[in-house]
Design a protein around this ligand. Sequence first.
Ligand SMILES: Cc1ncc(COP(=O)(O)O)c(C=O)c1O
Length: 427
Amino acid sequence: MLKNIVSNHPTGYSQIPDDLIFEMEENYGAHHYERHRVVIRQARGCWLTDIRGKRYLDCLAAYSAANCGHHHPRIVEALQKALAGNYASVISNVVYTDPLGLFLNKVAELTPQLGPRFGKNGNKVLPKNGGVESVETAIKAARYYGWKVKGIADGKQEIIVFDNNFHGRMITVVSFATTEKYRQGFGPLTPGFVSVPFGDLDAVQKAVNPNTCAILAEPFQGEGGMNVPPAGFLEGLRQIADRHDLLLLFDEIQVGLGRTGRRFCFQHENVIPDGLILGKAISGGLVPLSVFVTNAELMDLVFSVGSDGSTYGGYPLACVAGIAALDVLVEEKLAERASHQGRRLMKRLEKIASRSPHVAEVRGRGLFIGIQIKGGRAMDFCRRLLDLGVLANDSHGHTIRISPPLVIDDVELDFMTERLEKVLIDK
Ligand SMILES: Cc1ncc(COP(=O)(O)O)c(C=O)c1O
Protein backbone atom coordinates (compact mmCIF):
# COMPACT_ATOMS: atom_id res chain seq x y z
CA MET A 1 0.00 0.00 0.00
CA LEU A 2 2.76 2.42 0.94
CA LYS A 3 4.93 1.74 -2.10
CA ASN A 4 3.40 4.48 -4.20
CA ILE A 5 2.97 7.17 -1.60
CA VAL A 6 6.31 7.21 0.23
CA SER A 7 8.53 9.71 -1.54
CA ASN A 8 11.41 11.98 -0.79
CA HIS A 9 9.30 15.05 -1.23
CA PRO A 10 11.08 18.26 -0.14
CA THR A 11 8.41 19.03 2.48
CA GLY A 12 8.94 15.79 4.33
CA TYR A 13 9.29 12.05 4.39
CA SER A 14 6.02 11.25 2.70
CA GLN A 15 2.95 12.78 1.17
CA ILE A 16 0.58 10.32 2.83
CA PRO A 17 -2.53 12.34 3.75
CA ASP A 18 -3.00 13.08 7.45
CA ASP A 19 -6.21 11.04 7.63
CA LEU A 20 -4.36 7.94 6.48
CA ILE A 21 -1.66 8.47 9.11
CA PHE A 22 -4.34 8.78 11.81
CA GLU A 23 -5.98 5.61 10.52
CA MET A 24 -2.73 3.62 10.52
CA GLU A 25 -1.94 4.67 14.08
CA GLU A 26 -5.49 3.84 15.11
CA ASN A 27 -5.36 0.39 13.52
CA TYR A 28 -1.79 -0.67 14.17
CA GLY A 29 -0.52 1.31 17.14
CA ALA A 30 -1.06 1.02 20.88
CA HIS A 31 -3.30 3.83 22.09
CA HIS A 32 -1.11 4.93 24.96
CA TYR A 33 -0.89 8.64 24.12
CA GLU A 34 -3.52 11.32 23.81
CA ARG A 35 -2.38 13.13 20.68
CA HIS A 36 -3.14 16.44 19.04
CA ARG A 37 -4.54 15.70 15.56
CA VAL A 38 -1.64 17.08 13.58
CA VAL A 39 1.05 15.26 11.59
CA ILE A 40 4.44 16.95 11.67
CA ARG A 41 6.39 16.48 8.46
CA GLN A 42 9.50 18.50 9.22
CA ALA A 43 11.25 20.02 12.21
CA ARG A 44 13.95 22.66 12.16
CA GLY A 45 15.16 24.90 14.98
CA CYS A 46 12.08 25.89 17.00
CA TRP A 47 9.61 25.19 14.19
CA LEU A 48 7.50 22.22 13.13
CA THR A 49 5.74 22.04 9.76
CA ASP A 50 2.69 20.08 8.61
CA ILE A 51 1.77 18.90 5.12
CA ARG A 52 0.07 22.17 4.20
CA GLY A 53 3.15 24.10 5.20
CA LYS A 54 1.52 25.43 8.38
CA ARG A 55 4.20 26.13 10.96
CA TYR A 56 3.99 25.55 14.70
CA LEU A 57 6.35 27.05 17.25
CA ASP A 58 7.54 24.14 19.36
CA CYS A 59 7.01 25.07 23.01
CA LEU A 60 7.44 21.53 24.24
CA ALA A 61 10.80 20.56 22.70
CA ALA A 62 9.91 16.87 23.16
CA TYR A 63 9.89 17.35 26.93
CA SER A 64 13.41 18.86 26.75
CA ALA A 65 14.89 16.37 24.28
CA ALA A 66 15.13 19.12 21.65
CA ASN A 67 16.96 21.68 23.82
CA CYS A 68 19.39 22.41 20.95
CA GLY A 69 16.52 22.96 18.50
CA HIS A 70 15.51 20.43 15.88
CA HIS A 71 18.09 19.18 13.41
CA HIS A 72 20.82 21.40 14.75
CA PRO A 73 23.22 21.62 11.76
CA ARG A 74 26.24 20.72 13.81
CA ILE A 75 24.66 17.56 15.22
CA VAL A 76 23.25 16.60 11.82
CA GLU A 77 26.67 17.01 10.24
CA ALA A 78 28.31 14.85 12.89
CA LEU A 79 25.74 12.11 12.32
CA GLN A 80 26.01 12.32 8.54
CA LYS A 81 29.78 12.05 8.76
CA ALA A 82 29.52 9.01 11.01
CA LEU A 83 27.11 7.30 8.62
CA ALA A 84 29.13 8.18 5.53
CA GLY A 85 32.37 7.20 7.25
CA ASN A 86 31.07 3.81 8.40
CA TYR A 87 31.66 4.43 12.07
CA ALA A 88 28.01 4.76 13.18
CA SER A 89 26.81 1.20 13.51
CA VAL A 90 26.44 -0.78 16.72
CA ILE A 91 29.47 -3.08 16.99
CA SER A 92 29.19 -4.69 20.39
CA ASN A 93 30.60 -3.96 23.77
CA VAL A 94 33.21 -6.71 23.54
CA VAL A 95 35.45 -4.27 21.66
CA TYR A 96 36.25 -0.57 21.98
CA THR A 97 34.99 2.24 19.73
CA ASP A 98 36.40 5.75 19.80
CA PRO A 99 33.09 7.71 19.97
CA LEU A 100 32.24 6.04 23.29
CA GLY A 101 35.54 6.95 24.93
CA LEU A 102 35.28 10.54 23.72
CA PHE A 103 31.67 10.83 24.87
CA LEU A 104 32.35 9.39 28.35
CA ASN A 105 35.28 11.78 28.75
CA LYS A 106 33.11 14.75 27.78
CA VAL A 107 30.22 13.92 30.12
CA ALA A 108 32.51 13.12 33.05
CA GLU A 109 34.34 16.44 32.71
CA LEU A 110 31.28 18.55 32.04
CA THR A 111 29.75 17.41 35.32
CA PRO A 112 31.05 18.83 38.62
CA GLN A 113 32.70 16.25 40.87
CA LEU A 114 29.78 14.13 42.08
CA GLY A 115 29.83 12.55 45.53
CA PRO A 116 32.87 14.55 46.68
CA ARG A 117 32.68 12.81 50.08
CA PHE A 118 33.96 9.71 48.23
CA GLY A 119 37.07 11.58 47.10
CA LYS A 120 38.09 13.75 44.18
CA ASN A 121 38.40 10.82 41.80
CA GLY A 122 36.61 12.36 38.85
CA ASN A 123 33.31 11.06 37.52
CA LYS A 124 32.49 7.90 35.59
CA VAL A 125 29.60 7.42 33.20
CA LEU A 126 27.43 4.42 32.32
CA PRO A 127 25.45 4.92 29.07
CA LYS A 128 22.03 3.53 28.17
CA ASN A 129 19.29 4.42 25.69
CA GLY A 130 15.94 5.69 27.03
CA GLY A 131 15.98 7.73 30.23
CA VAL A 132 14.19 5.14 32.35
CA GLU A 133 17.05 2.70 31.81
CA SER A 134 19.47 5.10 33.44
CA VAL A 135 17.05 5.65 36.32
CA GLU A 136 17.13 1.90 36.89
CA THR A 137 20.93 1.95 36.68
CA ALA A 138 20.94 4.55 39.47
CA ILE A 139 18.56 2.41 41.53
CA LYS A 140 20.86 -0.59 41.08
CA ALA A 141 23.83 1.52 42.21
CA ALA A 142 21.97 2.69 45.32
CA ARG A 143 20.83 -0.78 46.32
CA TYR A 144 24.28 -2.24 45.80
CA TYR A 145 25.81 0.54 47.90
CA GLY A 146 23.26 -0.16 50.64
CA TRP A 147 24.16 -3.83 50.66
CA LYS A 148 27.91 -3.72 50.13
CA VAL A 149 28.85 -0.61 52.11
CA LYS A 150 26.06 -0.09 54.63
CA GLY A 151 25.49 -3.79 55.33
CA ILE A 152 21.74 -3.75 54.61
CA ALA A 153 20.44 -7.28 53.89
CA ASP A 154 20.10 -7.78 50.12
CA GLY A 155 16.42 -7.42 49.28
CA LYS A 156 15.72 -5.06 52.17
CA GLN A 157 17.22 -1.87 50.71
CA GLU A 158 14.85 1.11 50.65
CA ILE A 159 14.93 4.30 48.58
CA ILE A 160 13.04 7.48 49.47
CA VAL A 161 11.16 9.01 46.51
CA PHE A 162 8.61 11.81 46.16
CA ASP A 163 4.87 12.06 45.55
CA ASN A 164 4.02 12.98 41.95
CA ASN A 165 7.44 11.73 40.82
CA PHE A 166 7.99 10.80 37.20
CA HIS A 167 10.95 8.63 36.29
CA GLY A 168 9.62 6.73 33.28
CA ARG A 169 7.37 3.79 32.52
CA MET A 170 9.10 0.49 33.25
CA ILE A 171 7.96 -1.78 36.06
CA THR A 172 10.37 -0.80 38.85
CA VAL A 173 9.88 2.89 38.23
CA VAL A 174 6.06 2.80 37.97
CA SER A 175 6.08 0.73 41.16
CA PHE A 176 6.74 3.88 43.16
CA ALA A 177 4.73 6.30 41.05
CA THR A 178 1.96 7.94 43.04
CA THR A 179 -0.19 8.51 39.94
CA GLU A 180 -2.59 5.55 40.00
CA LYS A 181 -2.91 5.32 36.21
CA TYR A 182 0.82 4.66 35.82
CA ARG A 183 0.72 1.50 37.97
CA GLN A 184 -2.81 0.11 38.15
CA GLY A 185 -3.04 -3.45 36.84
CA PHE A 186 0.69 -3.80 36.27
CA GLY A 187 1.53 -5.68 39.46
CA PRO A 188 3.35 -7.39 41.04
CA LEU A 189 5.18 -4.15 41.67
CA THR A 190 8.79 -3.77 42.79
CA PRO A 191 9.13 -3.20 46.55
CA GLY A 192 11.73 -1.07 48.30
CA PHE A 193 10.47 2.51 47.86
CA VAL A 194 8.90 4.96 50.28
CA SER A 195 7.22 8.05 48.86
CA VAL A 196 6.90 11.32 50.77
CA PRO A 197 5.55 14.77 49.79
CA PHE A 198 7.85 16.76 47.48
CA GLY A 199 9.39 19.64 49.40
CA ASP A 200 8.77 18.18 52.87
CA LEU A 201 12.13 17.68 54.60
CA ASP A 202 10.54 16.52 57.87
CA ALA A 203 8.80 13.73 56.00
CA VAL A 204 12.10 12.72 54.39
CA GLN A 205 13.80 12.64 57.78
CA LYS A 206 10.99 10.53 59.27
CA ALA A 207 11.14 8.07 56.36
CA VAL A 208 14.81 7.24 57.00
CA ASN A 209 15.34 3.87 58.69
CA PRO A 210 18.27 1.43 58.93
CA ASN A 211 17.38 -0.05 55.52
CA THR A 212 17.39 3.28 53.69
CA CYS A 213 20.17 3.49 51.13
CA ALA A 214 19.27 6.51 48.97
CA ILE A 215 17.06 9.47 48.13
CA LEU A 216 15.95 9.76 44.49
CA ALA A 217 14.52 13.13 43.42
CA GLU A 218 13.82 15.31 40.44
CA PRO A 219 15.28 18.70 41.49
CA PHE A 220 12.23 20.29 39.79
CA GLN A 221 9.24 18.05 39.02
CA GLY A 222 8.18 18.34 35.37
CA GLU A 223 5.49 15.72 34.72
CA GLY A 224 4.28 16.01 38.31
CA GLY A 225 2.82 19.48 37.70
CA MET A 226 5.84 21.76 37.13
CA ASN A 227 6.72 21.83 40.83
CA VAL A 228 9.65 24.04 41.83
CA PRO A 229 10.99 22.83 45.20
CA PRO A 230 10.89 25.25 48.11
CA ALA A 231 14.18 27.13 48.68
CA GLY A 232 16.62 25.04 50.69
CA PHE A 233 14.93 21.74 49.87
CA LEU A 234 17.81 20.31 47.82
CA GLU A 235 20.35 21.41 50.43
CA GLY A 236 18.19 19.84 53.11
CA LEU A 237 18.19 16.57 51.18
CA ARG A 238 21.97 16.74 51.00
CA GLN A 239 22.20 17.21 54.76
CA ILE A 240 19.90 14.27 55.49
CA ALA A 241 21.82 12.10 53.01
CA ASP A 242 25.13 13.03 54.67
CA ARG A 243 23.79 12.47 58.17
CA HIS A 244 22.61 8.94 57.35
CA ASP A 245 25.14 7.95 54.69
CA LEU A 246 22.55 7.79 51.90
CA LEU A 247 23.23 8.29 48.20
CA LEU A 248 21.56 11.43 46.90
CA LEU A 249 20.47 10.79 43.31
CA PHE A 250 19.05 13.49 41.05
CA ASP A 251 17.06 12.68 37.94
CA GLU A 252 17.76 15.61 35.60
CA ILE A 253 16.48 13.90 32.46
CA GLN A 254 14.02 16.73 31.84
CA VAL A 255 15.54 19.65 33.75
CA GLY A 256 19.26 19.15 33.15
CA LEU A 257 21.59 20.40 30.40
CA GLY A 258 20.62 24.06 30.49
CA ARG A 259 16.84 23.83 30.62
CA THR A 260 16.37 25.77 33.88
CA GLY A 261 19.04 28.39 33.20
CA ARG A 262 21.93 26.49 34.77
CA ARG A 263 23.90 23.66 33.23
CA PHE A 264 22.37 21.42 35.91
CA CYS A 265 19.24 22.19 37.85
CA PHE A 266 20.87 21.30 41.19
CA GLN A 267 23.17 24.28 40.67
CA HIS A 268 20.32 26.58 41.73
CA GLU A 269 21.29 25.55 45.27
CA ASN A 270 24.65 24.90 46.80
CA VAL A 271 24.38 21.14 46.55
CA ILE A 272 26.14 18.31 44.74
CA PRO A 273 24.46 14.92 44.37
CA ASP A 274 26.22 11.55 44.52
CA GLY A 275 24.64 10.36 41.30
CA LEU A 276 23.09 12.12 38.33
CA ILE A 277 20.77 10.81 35.62
CA LEU A 278 20.72 12.57 32.25
CA GLY A 279 18.90 11.77 29.01
CA LYS A 280 16.75 13.43 26.36
CA ALA A 281 18.80 16.50 25.31
CA ILE A 282 22.11 14.71 25.80
CA SER A 283 22.01 13.48 22.19
CA GLY A 284 20.49 16.59 20.63
CA GLY A 285 17.08 15.06 20.03
CA LEU A 286 18.12 12.80 17.18
CA VAL A 287 18.85 9.41 18.72
CA PRO A 288 18.08 7.94 22.15
CA LEU A 289 20.85 8.19 24.72
CA SER A 290 20.94 8.47 28.51
CA VAL A 291 23.57 8.18 31.22
CA PHE A 292 24.09 7.54 34.89
CA VAL A 293 27.03 9.58 36.20
CA THR A 294 28.66 9.19 39.58
CA ASN A 295 31.94 9.46 41.47
CA ALA A 296 34.50 7.15 39.85
CA GLU A 297 35.05 5.36 43.16
CA LEU A 298 31.36 4.54 43.48
CA MET A 299 30.99 3.44 39.86
CA ASP A 300 33.90 1.03 40.25
CA LEU A 301 32.55 -0.26 43.54
CA VAL A 302 29.10 -0.99 42.13
CA PHE A 303 29.58 -2.18 38.57
CA SER A 304 31.91 -4.93 37.49
CA VAL A 305 32.03 -7.23 34.47
CA GLY A 306 28.64 -8.88 34.00
CA SER A 307 26.70 -6.75 36.47
CA ASP A 308 25.23 -4.44 33.83
CA GLY A 309 25.08 -3.92 30.08
CA SER A 310 23.06 -2.74 27.09
CA THR A 311 23.38 -3.65 23.40
CA TYR A 312 22.89 -0.12 22.11
CA GLY A 313 24.01 1.68 25.29
CA GLY A 314 26.87 3.95 24.16
CA TYR A 315 26.90 2.76 20.53
CA PRO A 316 28.84 4.96 18.12
CA LEU A 317 25.98 6.85 16.42
CA ALA A 318 24.48 7.91 19.77
CA CYS A 319 27.87 8.96 21.13
CA VAL A 320 28.67 11.02 18.04
CA ALA A 321 25.35 12.83 18.54
CA GLY A 322 26.07 13.19 22.24
CA ILE A 323 29.49 14.75 21.71
CA ALA A 324 28.08 17.25 19.20
CA ALA A 325 25.06 18.08 21.40
CA LEU A 326 27.26 18.75 24.44
CA ASP A 327 29.54 20.94 22.34
CA VAL A 328 26.48 22.93 21.26
CA LEU A 329 25.33 23.22 24.89
CA VAL A 330 28.64 24.71 25.97
CA GLU A 331 29.68 26.74 22.93
CA GLU A 332 26.26 28.24 22.23
CA LYS A 333 25.84 28.95 25.96
CA LEU A 334 22.42 27.32 26.06
CA ALA A 335 22.11 27.56 29.85
CA GLU A 336 22.80 31.29 29.79
CA ARG A 337 20.35 31.74 26.91
CA ALA A 338 17.68 29.80 28.83
CA SER A 339 18.28 32.01 31.83
CA HIS A 340 18.06 35.23 29.79
CA GLN A 341 15.05 34.29 27.64
CA GLY A 342 13.40 32.64 30.64
CA ARG A 343 13.53 35.90 32.60
CA ARG A 344 11.95 37.82 29.69
CA LEU A 345 9.28 35.18 29.23
CA MET A 346 8.47 35.03 32.93
CA LYS A 347 7.98 38.80 33.12
CA ARG A 348 5.55 38.73 30.21
CA LEU A 349 3.69 35.72 31.54
CA GLU A 350 3.28 37.37 34.92
CA LYS A 351 1.77 40.39 33.17
CA ILE A 352 -0.59 38.16 31.20
CA ALA A 353 -1.49 36.26 34.37
CA SER A 354 -2.37 39.48 36.19
CA ARG A 355 -4.98 40.23 33.48
CA SER A 356 -6.21 36.70 32.87
CA PRO A 357 -9.33 35.24 34.47
CA HIS A 358 -7.95 31.74 33.84
CA VAL A 359 -4.45 31.69 35.33
CA ALA A 360 -3.99 30.52 38.92
CA GLU A 361 -0.18 30.78 38.99
CA VAL A 362 2.93 31.05 36.84
CA ARG A 363 6.06 29.33 38.13
CA GLY A 364 9.33 28.04 36.81
CA ARG A 365 13.00 28.52 36.19
CA GLY A 366 14.83 29.37 32.97
CA LEU A 367 12.85 28.07 30.01
CA PHE A 368 10.88 25.60 32.10
CA ILE A 369 7.70 27.39 33.04
CA GLY A 370 4.29 26.18 34.13
CA ILE A 371 1.08 28.18 33.77
CA GLN A 372 -1.44 26.70 36.18
CA ILE A 373 -5.03 27.00 35.03
CA LYS A 374 -7.89 27.61 37.45
CA GLY A 375 -10.13 24.55 37.55
CA GLY A 376 -7.66 22.25 35.73
CA ARG A 377 -8.31 21.76 31.96
CA ALA A 378 -4.94 23.01 30.74
CA MET A 379 -5.36 20.83 27.64
CA ASP A 380 -8.27 23.01 26.40
CA PHE A 381 -5.84 25.93 26.25
CA CYS A 382 -3.16 23.81 24.58
CA ARG A 383 -5.63 22.92 21.80
CA ARG A 384 -6.42 26.61 21.23
CA LEU A 385 -2.70 27.35 21.14
CA LEU A 386 -2.18 24.67 18.51
CA ASP A 387 -4.81 26.29 16.27
CA LEU A 388 -2.80 29.50 16.60
CA GLY A 389 0.47 27.79 15.67
CA VAL A 390 1.99 26.98 19.08
CA LEU A 391 2.63 23.42 20.27
CA ALA A 392 2.45 23.07 24.05
CA ASN A 393 1.25 20.32 26.32
CA ASP A 394 -0.21 20.01 29.79
CA SER A 395 1.51 18.75 32.92
CA HIS A 396 -0.61 16.83 35.42
CA GLY A 397 -3.81 18.12 33.74
CA HIS A 398 -3.82 21.49 35.46
CA THR A 399 -0.73 23.25 34.10
CA ILE A 400 0.42 24.37 30.64
CA ARG A 401 4.09 23.47 30.31
CA ILE A 402 6.21 25.96 28.37
CA SER A 403 9.59 24.46 27.49
CA PRO A 404 10.73 25.59 24.02
CA PRO A 405 14.13 24.77 22.52
CA LEU A 406 16.76 26.83 24.34
CA VAL A 407 17.80 28.48 21.07
CA ILE A 408 14.49 30.38 20.90
CA ASP A 409 15.06 33.97 19.73
CA ASP A 410 13.28 37.25 20.53
CA VAL A 411 10.95 37.13 17.53
CA GLU A 412 9.90 33.59 18.39
CA LEU A 413 9.38 34.55 22.00
CA ASP A 414 7.10 37.39 20.85
CA PHE A 415 5.18 34.98 18.64
CA MET A 416 4.63 32.70 21.62
CA THR A 417 3.59 35.36 24.12
CA GLU A 418 1.19 37.05 21.67
CA ARG A 419 -0.63 33.75 21.27
CA LEU A 420 -0.58 32.95 24.95
CA GLU A 421 -2.05 36.37 25.60
CA LYS A 422 -4.85 35.70 23.11
CA VAL A 423 -5.69 32.35 24.60
CA LEU A 424 -5.36 33.26 28.26
CA ILE A 425 -7.07 36.62 28.15
CA ASP A 426 -9.54 36.48 25.26
CA LYS A 427 -10.72 32.88 25.56
C1 LIG B 1 12.36 13.25 35.02
C2 LIG B 1 12.22 12.12 34.04
N1 LIG B 1 12.79 10.95 34.32
C3 LIG B 1 12.69 9.91 33.46
C4 LIG B 1 12.00 10.01 32.29
C5 LIG B 1 11.91 8.84 31.36
O1 LIG B 1 12.66 9.02 30.22
P1 LIG B 1 12.37 8.13 28.92
O2 LIG B 1 10.98 8.45 28.48
O3 LIG B 1 13.42 8.53 27.94
O4 LIG B 1 12.50 6.70 29.35
C6 LIG B 1 11.39 11.22 31.96
C7 LIG B 1 10.61 11.37 30.72
O5 LIG B 1 9.85 12.29 30.51
C8 LIG B 1 11.50 12.32 32.87
O6 LIG B 1 10.93 13.51 32.61
